[in-house]
Design a protein around this ligand. Structure first.
Ligand SMILES: O=C(O)C[C@@H](Cc1ccccc1)[C@H](O)SCc1ccccc1
Ligand SMILES: [Zn+2]
Length: 171
């Protein structure tokens, strides 16, 4: 299980670099990210959230939680004009859910773990998740779409919880 960075950690705003070598280290990171995501639980996790600033996300929106999708160097090639407002959460901002507008449908081009390109046409929760994860790779956390008032309240609350965490664990 990997440690997930918590907002407003500055490292969440670093821009992820493209993946170049498809080696065993990458495969191990994917396995660790998948395990971390399932345990959270979550339906998506970006490498940025575990302080690995490379363009890699893992997603599993299946009911049975056994259909892992790995997207490497992903880019959205088309996004629908039509938008949907979805109450998003984020494993880096635990306990906060708020409405974010996203395209209802997106086409994504990415590489798989073997470095082979593939296309993904996503709608529903998968489309929302893809857009949320690709934002992480650009250093964007979903609270940035909320009002400054809401964002500041969330920042204050997260920092308060961080202090309580430190006090309780005697760190
Ligand atoms: O990137 C993350 O932090 C995991 C996100 C992914 C996500 C955000 C918004 C909408 C869809 C996916 C979530 O925290 S995973 C938790 C979750 C589970 C089911 C539905 C929505 C969110
Ligand atoms: Zn997130």
């Amino acid at each position: 299980i990997l440690t997930i960075l918590r907002y407003p950690d500055k490292r969440l705003h670093k821009i992820a670099k493209p993946v170049t070598n498809f080696d065993d280290r990458l495969k191990k990171l994917v396995a660790d990210m998948a395990e971390t995501m399932y345990e959270a639980p979550g339906v998506g996790l970006a490498a940025s959230q575990v302080d690995e600033h490379i363009q890699l996300v893992v997603i599993d929106v299946s009911e049975t939680q056994n259909e892992l999708q790995v997207l490497i160097n992903p880019e959205i090639t088309w996004a629908s004009e039509e938008k949907i407002l979805y109450d998003e959460g984020c494993l880096s901002v635990p306990g906060i859910y708020d409405g974010v507008e996203r395209s209802t449908e997106v086409n994504v081009r990415a590489l798989n773990l073997d470095g082979k390109p593939f296309e993904l046409n996503a709608d529903g929760l998968l489309a929302v998740c893809v857009q949320h994860e690709l934002d992480h790779l650009k250093g964007i956390v979903f609270v940035e779409y909320l009002s400054p008032l809401k964002r500041n309240r969330i920042k204050t609350r997260m920092l308060k919880e961080e202090r309580e965490l430190e006090r309780s664990s005697g760190r």
